[in-house]
Design a protein around this ligand. Structure first.
Ligand code: GRF
Length: 215
């Protein structure tokens, strides 16, 4: 179903959110999805950690949540196959990685390519990877931000869907900068999900293409 025909039918994009921890981006997505005119709904939350704080947000919103401890699986591929089956079983059409701290296999990423996005707390392509805010401060740049991007096999490298910028201020610590960026993440991720659900962006030949598809 194309985004346009789904919207005509009054349907919402069935979304799965993968987390490993605190889940503040999951919370922001859940809040956004509460608006009657929001074009996506979260039908499943998956965590690879039983102690992920974000699971409470799913519980409170009565969203089905599944725990897949990665240590229970003999290989990355086996873990990915298990979550893939669960996502399909829930009818998931689009995946949001929200602080999911597992690298996904190429096979899984290719299977969901164009239907899976991630949020990263820097202005990609700068500062891929971890300990982003420490490195941003060490580099002395004047601006940071967050990026929502399509997931491709190479880490933090997929085409950008949406970015938001924040200033880096004198006296910033990694914690103060992270908090400023996180506020923007909570606005940016729902906005990006809306764009995908409305068909305002899609992945074509490895590039993000913006604007509604011509009929
Ligand atoms: C966010 O900073 C996100 O950009 C990064 O991991 C963090 C997750 O935070 N990928 P939360 O679990 O959503 O609060």
């Amino acid at each position: 179903m194309t985004p346009a025909s789904r919207m005509r039918a009054g349907g919402k994009l069935k979304t799965g959110v993968l987390i490993s921890g605190r889940g503040s981006n999951l919370k922001a997505l859940i809040e956004a999805c509460k608006a009657p005119d929001f074009p996506a709904e979260i039908v499943l939350v998956i965590s690879n950690r039983a102690d992920a704080g974000g699971l409470a947000y799913a519980r409170n919103a009565a969203i089905p949540a599944a725990i897949f401890p990665h240590t229970d699986y003999a290989s990355r591929e086996a873990f990915d196959a298990a979550i893939d089956a669960r996502l399909k079983n829930a009818g998931v059409e689009c995946i949001c990685l929200a602080g999911f701290m597992r690298i996904l296999s190429d096979r899984f990423v290719r299977a969901w390519q164009g239907r899976m996005m991630n949020i990263h707390p820097s202005l990609l392509p700068d500062f891929k990877g971890t300990e982003v805010h420490e490195r941003v401060l060490a580099a002395g740049v004047k601006e940071s931000g967050c990026t929502v991007h399509y997931v491709v096999p190479e880490l933090d490298s997929g085409p950008t869907i949406l970015q938001a910028r924040v200033p880096v201020l004198a006296g910033d610590t990694p914690a103060t900068l992270a908090a400023r960026v996180l506020t923007e993440e909570h606005r940016t991720y729902p906005a990006a999900l809306r764009m995908i659900a409305e068909g305002q962006v899609r992945l074509e030949n490895g590039r993000a293409v913006f604007g509604a598809r011509r009929p």
